[in-house]
Design a binder for this molecule. Sequence first.
Ligand code: MG
Length: 382
Amino acid sequence: MRPLVVLGATGSIGRQALEVAARIDMPVEALAAHTPSTELAELVEQTGAEVVAVGGTDEERKEFADLVTRPVAFGEEAMVELSSRPGRIVLNGVVGAAGLRPTLAGLEAGNRVALANKESMVAGGHLVLEALQRGGGELLPVDSEHSALHQCLLGEHSDDVAGVILTASGGPFRGHDRASLATVGPAEALDHPTWDMGGRITVDSASLMNKGLEVIEAHHLFSIPFDRIRVVVHPQSIVHSAVEFVDGALKAHVGHPDMRIPIQYALTYPRRAANPGAPFTLPGFTLEFEEVDRATFPALDLAYAAGRAGGAAPAVLNAADEVAVAAFLEEKIEFLTITEVVARALETVGSVPAGTLEEVLSADREARRVAAEQVGSAMGYA
Ligand code: MG
């Protein structure tokens, strides 16, 4: 088995990936995390990782180096270096656009990248596909919807695919109208009905921005035009997504909403390993499907528009959303303001070019600056 490198090791996906690796006896070679912590130090010792890369301040890093018996490398470059060691499987569980460079480095080196960092595809989709082609690596989606689509598309001819359906749980605010969302706070947005995930993605699930990012991700991963990607609300999160074929057949991927399953599949593909959770049987489940309330959740159409516009627009969408969600979690702005901040950033910087990594990163920075300004004015002291 190829050694595993886990980026974003202390996050929800990173932790579950380490659990899966232990279960299937996959050696863990390296861990990386944004912030040095005792939690990360414990994971290093538990997994027997040979090396660890962390961000953080000089002070934090010094303290961290004293906690672990392994070599510690510092900063973003260190994470990129871990990803670019050939012959590895790189699980990219970094949150946000910071995951793009390690994704590119891993693919350039010919590695398998198990991608949970959807922002890589959103912000730099064409760069990722170019790196995949140049390096001859493999790109396996970890996002449950995209893992489902990947599996439904196996063995099929692209000409026979009529479209794809991404399912959305609808999040904690399904059935609410816009007016009732004016006063919701972080605690309510973080109360996701079916999936147990990190903070940003949970808030994005509540606004449906997460589904919008996933539409863009699916567009790049499977070369599907935007008008053939549909989103359907499915509150039980049992159908993880589906592919529609020209003959009217629909192939869906069904199972428990348990992220360990798509994570494990991305590590063991093309084989499968034993179920990490409870067996799944159909009796007892009632499946419901409904249209998205697009007026209440405008983030979805905003993402479609950014995806269709192309260029830097998807990178701007993502970066502005990262800033706005962080501000919402700090109770600086209201829930409905998140999408307004993103819309304003798109108007302001959405059409700058994004042909190269430098241009993508520059659009990302500019979007963050504009979004921070918008947060400031929404707070009333701009
Ligand atoms: Mg998902």
